[in-house]
Design a binder for this molecule. Structure first.
Ligand SMILES: [Zn+2]
Length: 286
């Protein structure tokens, strides 16, 4: 499932493809995805110029000249695919639910086999009031996300820190992968109760969260060629994780078995927490 870095990369890729372009045609191929599409969606897109972009948590917003923003969530399996209209196959694209064409000859489709994604319209001036954005916590890469803010959000919570960081009200944009990675970098056990994190660990956790997100965004590339793949898929990810999906491998941050100084790192362990796989190093993370 796309998390903050993936959505950020898709947003940058979409900006490369669509920024400043005018939508000359739009088509909607079903009534909705996770939620119904807004009434008259296609008609409201046609004629608009794409003026700008914003990401909020795992949502991306495409701002249009008419004063609306298109609010997009990629869900579990959503992708945006851009190709020159001339290269587009005549046959229907499997799982393409929405498509638009620009006056300069590009077609962008929203493809989502599992249909957990969503597309809505919201007045640009009132983006933060949209029901899907109104309750989101701070953006982890913005200055307002400080150790004191995180500590306060965690105080008194009797859930594991892993679950607390997945809560979009605590911090926006993290999912299973980056929470596992950030807890490893911060040396905090995913089982630790959120309320016991405190000031000292929060001061490690905030920069750890920022670092895993920034590293992943940087790995996504920085040019048109990076952002639009050969098959037209927008966004490019080249993650290298330290713990996620690496059960049994050395975690890279531990000194390893050292008989003279007690037991060393036995490798990354996987366990299931609230129905989701969690990866951690029991030695390093307390
Ligand atoms: Zn280790």
């Amino acid at each position: 499932m796309p998390e903050l870095p993936e959505v950020e990369t898709v947003m940058r890729g979409l900006a490369v493809v669509l920024q400043g372009r005018v939508i000359r045609q739009a088509s909607v191929h079903r009534a909705g995805l996770r939620w119904p599409f807004p009434a008259g969606l296609a008609e409201r897109l046609v004629g608009a110029r794409v003026e700008g972009y914003r990401r909020r948590g795992k949502y991306l917003l495409m701002r249009l000249s008419g004063g609306d923003s298109v609010l997009i969530h990629l869900g579990m399996s959503g992708r945006l695919v851009a190709r020159p209209i001339a290269d587009w196959p005549n046959a229907p694209i499997a799982h393409e639910h929405l498509a638009l064409e620009t006056t300069d000859g590009t077609r962008v489709g929203f493809v989502d086999p599992r249909r957990f994604g969503s597309v809505d319209l919201v007045p640009t001036a009132a983006e933060d009031g949209h029901r899907l954005l109104a309750g989101l916590g701070p953006e982890p890469l913005e200055p307002g996300f400080t150790p004191a803010v995180l500590e306060a959000a965690l105080a008194g919570r009797a859930t594991p820190i892993k679950a607390a960081l997945l809560d979009q009200k605590v911090v926006a944009g993290l999912g299973n992968i980056y929470v596992s990675e950030a807890l490893h970098r911060a040396g905090i056990s995913p089982r630790r109760l959120a309320g016991s994190v405190g000031a000292v660990r929060a001061a490690r956790l905030v920069p750890a969260i920022r670092a895993v997100l920034e590293d992943s965004i940087a790995a996504g590339g920085s040019s048109l060629r990076d952002y639009v793949q050969a098959d037209g898929g927008i966004g490019f990810f080249q993650e290298s994780f330290r713990v996620y999906d690496r059960a049994g491998l050395p975690c890279g941050d531990c000194p390893g078995p050292q008989p003279s100084s007690g037991p060393g790192c036995a490798g990354i362990r996987r366990f299931v927490q609230a129905g989701r796989a969690t990866f951690h190093c029991p030695l390093r993370q307390r």
